[in-house]
Design a binder for this molecule. Structure first.
Ligand code: VGL
Ligand code: ZN
Length: 238
């Protein structure tokens, strides 16, 4: 026999289950449409555990991105693609150490360990990424004296990668952004997307940050100000 207390407890459980089901349904409320594209930023060996500029938990974005990507017909991948001795490497500036900053012709530059050198294993995309339908790989950061965190515009603020023209030509105007690192290449890509008139959604749990000198909090604040939408992968109906 069910006594009154068990019955009431049972009702409580049912209520919790109903609320959970409803919020799961409400959560996956963003629909992928024909104007939507997924931008997968720099999921490269150098940024994964064991890499020369490893982002903490960087490998954890891969299964999240693979799952999401199944819902996208339009996917662009990016690769950081530096020359040997690139200006963004601390090793190119005598007396400088990684994570220090320097003034270059276009402004302040964080200096990094050597990473993502063209054609090396470290510059390769993670072998665990599974997005065979991806239609374009944008490489960036290949001019010796100019860095490019953004997939749209180099750090000089004017040299384009061609990505905006590609997206516009294909009428892709709603951009979902994932990858590494939240506070550098993801954030700069999202900010430039807004500047170029695109809708931009950054999928927080499909990204990981480097977080040097407050960079992660600043990146989220800048993105919020620019109208970038901060979402979770569970918000997207795949
Ligand atoms: C990145 C630092 C240097 C990134 C690239 O992909 O976020 N960060 N180069
Ligand atoms: Zn780089």
């Amino acid at each position: 026999m069910l006594d009154r207390r068990q019955f009431v407890a049972g009702l409580g459980t049912m209520a919790v289950m109903t609320i959970a089901a409803r919020s799961a349904w409400a959560a996956a409320s963003i629909k992928i449409d024909d104007a939507s594209a997924l931008l997968v930023i720099d999921v490269q060996n150098c940024f994964l555990p064991g890499g020369s500029l490893a982002v903490k938990g960087g490998d954890q974005v891969v299964p999240v991105i693979n799952r999401l990507a199944k819902g996208f017909a339009n996917v662009v991948l990016t690769q950081d693609w530096h020359t040997p001795g690139h200006a963004s490497f601390a090793s190119s500036h005598s007396g400088k150490k990684p994570f220090e900053t320097i003034d270059l012709a276009y402004g302040k530059q964080v200096l990094w360990p050597d990473h993502c050198v063209q054609g090396t294993e470290g510059a390769g995309l993670s072998k665990d990424l599974s997005i065979p339908q991806a239609g374009l790989i944008i490489r960036k950061g290949y001019h010796q004296d100019v860095d490019s965190y953004s997939a749209f515009t180099e750090a000089d603020g004017k040299t384009t990668t061609g990505l905006a023209a590609y997206l516009n030509a294909r009428k892709l105007q709603r951009l979902f952004i994932a990858g590494l690192a939240t506070d550098f290449c993801v954030a700069w890509t999202a900010l430039d997307a807004r500047k170029a008139g695109f809708e931009a959604y950054v999928i927080e749990d499909a990204c990981r940050g480097i977080d040097t000198q407050g960079s992660l909090a600043k990146a989220w604040a800048d993105m919020e100000k620019a109208g970038v939408k901060r979402i979770q992968s569970s918000d997207i109906a795949v």
